[in-house]
Design a protein around this ligand. Structure first.
Ligand SMILES: [Zn+2]
Length: 292
């Protein structure tokens, strides 16, 4: 199951004034110019090119904000060394704004259609419509700014052979696409040495999610690397190239990122949007929760 963040922004005029929710927007992460693939307005931002709040499913952000999914991805598999969180979940703040307190009460009471309408209205007003159901917490902008975003961590993931080849040929050291783990009768894990021996012999079509082998002409080096450096039968390669077996070949990798690189838009776009509110960092906070 995936995990999502549900995040609100609150500000106040001073320490003695009440908190109020505020809608903060960043550039839409799904489109470039407000239009969708079908020529209609982008489904996500409705053509405005802006999205409300922060909604990215980035587990590294969740780990830093609240120790959620820290170094663990789907089915608890190892995705790296993880992060030092800014804080364990603190629960919702005792002085939560009255508008968000109301939103919470309403979303628990309302049923089905009324609930959906309420959710959509809150999303339009505040960039978010629900608090999620676990690990509720809050952090001030001061705490977000005080985090050492230049600190590094090791990520681990399985990179498909086709993507690994693209990455190597582009001279890149880190994958853009990877998964936490892969299992199944057709999955084969090979080292980078073996992947490099297979590289000149194969051609793939499709994108990273639907990679398909279109051609394979094994060299002696490729066959020998497979035979000597994996525990899989050589027949695997032969059957794969004949289309008799659809293998999913993965290369386990480990790479280093800064915290800033790991969380992407949270650091490059969302924190700057909070700063741009122009208030004291003690008078801006995020209040959030997660689901699943
Ligand atoms: Zn958009």
């Amino acid at each position: 199951m995936g995990c999502d963040i549900h995040l609100f922004v609150e500000t106040r005029e001073s320490a003695s004034e009440p908190w109020r929710p505020v809608r903060v927007t960043i550039a839409c992460g799904w489109c470039k110019d407000g239009s969708g693939r079908d020529g209609k307005p982008c489904y996500f931002c409705k053509g405005t090119q802006l999205e409300g709040g922060y909604q990215d499913r980035n587990y590294d952000t969740f780990a830093i904000l609240a120790n959620v999914r820290n170094g663990r991805g789907f089915a608890g598999c190892d995705t790296g060394d993880g992060f030092i969180p800014i804080s364990e979940p603190r629960g919702l703040p005792a002085d939560l704004s009255s508008a968000l307190r109301q939103l919470r009460e309403d979303s628990e009471k309302l049923e089905d259609e009324a609930h959906d309408a309420h959710y959509e209205k809150c999303k339009a007003d505040f960039g978010c419509g629900w608090f999620g159901d676990h690990s509720h917490s809050w952090l001030s902008l001061r705490e977000l700014l005080a985090c050492d975003w230049s600190r590094t961590t090791k990520h681990r993931g399985m990179v498909s052979l086709g993507h690994w080849i693209k990455m190597r040929e582009a001279g890149k050291a880190k994958p853009e696409s990877y998964c936490g783990g892969a299992s199944g009768p057709m999955v084969r894990e090979v080292s980078e040495t073996v992947a490099d021996a297979l590289r000149p012999c194969v051609k793939f079509s499709g994108d990273d999610h639907f990679e398909k082998l279109v051609e394979a002409n094994w060299t002696r080096e490729a066959l020998s690397a497979w035979r000597n450096l994996t525990s899989y039968p050589e027949g695997d390669l032969v059957m794969w190239s004949r289309g008799e077996k659809a293998l999913c070949v993965y290369v386990p990798m480990e790479w280093t990122d800064t915290y800033a690189e790991s969380v992407g838009r949270f650091h490059s776009a969302f924190i700057p949007a909070l700063v741009a509110l122009g208030k004291s960092p003690d008078d801006v906070r995020i209040v959030f929760g997660f689901d699943s």
